[in-house]
Design a protein around this ligand. Sequence first.
Ligand SMILES: NC(=O)c1ccc[n+]([C@@H]2O[C@H](COP(=O)([O-])OP(=O)(O)OC[C@H]3O[C@@H](n4cnc5c(N)ncnc54)[C@H](O)[C@@H]3O)[C@@H](O)[C@H]2O)c1
Ligand SMILES: O=C(O)[C@H]1O[C@H](OP(=O)(O)OP(=O)(O)OC[C@H]2O[C@@H](n3ccc(=O)[nH]c3=O)[C@H](O)[C@@H]2O)[C@H](O)[C@@H](O)[C@@H]1O
Length: 389
Amino acid sequence: MAASTVRTNLDGKPLNPLTILMIGAGGFIGSHLCEKILQETPHKILALDVYSDKIKHLLEPESLEWAGRIQFHRINIKHDSRLEGLIKMSDLTINLAAICTPADYNTRPLDTIYSNFIDALPVVKYCSENGKRLIHFSTCEVYGKTIGSFLPKDSPLRQDPAYYLLKEDDSPCIFGSIEKQRWSYACAKQLIERLIYAEGAENGLEFTIVRPFNWIGPRMDFIPGIDGPSEGVPRVLACFSNALLRREQLKLVDGGESQRTFVYIKDAIEAVLLMIENPDRANGHIFNVGNPNNEVTVRQLAEMMTAVYANVSGEPALEEPTVDVSSKEFYGEGYDDSDKRIPDMTIINKQLGWNPKTSLWDLLDSTLTYQHKTYAEAIKKVISQPTTS
Ligand SMILES: NC(=O)c1ccc[n+]([C@@H]2O[C@H](COP(=O)([O-])OP(=O)(O)OC[C@H]3O[C@@H](n4cnc5c(N)ncnc54)[C@H](O)[C@@H]3O)[C@@H](O)[C@H]2O)c1
Ligand SMILES: O=C(O)[C@H]1O[C@H](OP(=O)(O)OP(=O)(O)OC[C@H]2O[C@@H](n3ccc(=O)[nH]c3=O)[C@H](O)[C@@H]2O)[C@H](O)[C@@H](O)[C@@H]1O
């Protein structure tokens, strides 16, 4: 960034350098957000996480252009008295910390609820008490299931956007029964959203809530047995990448009929930077951030990833690249699913003028090129090792 450039926000006001406390900076979204802020803005980051592997390249070597603008704090927000001090030192707090892999929601519901609700409480409280701005990461899962999912399969109303389009200020939150522990995450996220909203209404907290719709790209989650637990189940991008790298079949849960819209992480991060730098337009709002043009069923996603990976790796795809598995077998008791997730973009368009750019083919191409370069050799080594009995 040229030192002489005067950066302005969407209303033409000059931008002053901010100190940003980023909680969960060492995760997938945090690592991309740190990169963007360091490369394109003069802001300082206090990066807080229990892990730093995904931002190691930003922390060292110290000779990098942004040395001095990022400081890592290895802190668990569950129990650390330094949290309030860091919030006080910052102009803005961004909270990304969460357990957010669906395999955990029904198998570790207590950890999921504590992580997404209880552990976020002090962050909200300290921001509110100290008059500090908060950008909190929620999820599109707060919408749960669509109204249309309760209609008969052949109902023409299912084609009507009124029955599936997810709107921040209008759509209801529809979860399954309490035994369906899948919804522990969505419910905890919904309650923290309501608490933040109430802090805004009653105590004047300046807040923005982000609802990401399946952001994907490099550094998402982990590859089991390589940089994560060998029995771990990450989100779908990493599950399918892992299978492709190992030349195993991609598992389609309950037929792979659920639909998702995927957005490229680099497009989504542009939206977050707009929120950071335009508080007058972002405060008090909840924003869907997704790409309504990139909708596929999970089965279609598997087919696309198989085709792209064959191209990227130069290895032909398996003759039968996918296999059906039941959700009970894959995730265990208590799993349930969102049927369809299309974000309404009216609010983010109006407030921030943001639109996603990258097609699903293009984002899968760059992401799977990254996965191949990063993991293919390591996987080959693991596979060639004799297994111990
Ligand atoms: N990736 C997506 O598409 C997506 C979609 C919806 C919502 N979200 C939300 O966005 C946020 C970030 O998601 P992500 O994909 O980067 O997940 P991630 O798991 O990669 O990142 C979360 C980070 O928070 C850290 N963390 C968790 N608990 C902590 C604690 N107690 N103290 C300190 N650090 C802690 C983790 O170590 C991790 O680095 C989450 O709140 C998630 O619910 C993400
Ligand atoms: O990314 C989001 O916007 C949100 O949604 C995700 O939830 P989900 O999309 O259900 O999670 P994925 O693991 O990405 O699964 C997507 C779909 O693929 C299916 N799947 C997953 C993995 C697999 O190997 N096979 C498979 O068919 C799942 O059953 C689900 O229908 C996670 O809950 C969160 O990270 C986040 O809040």
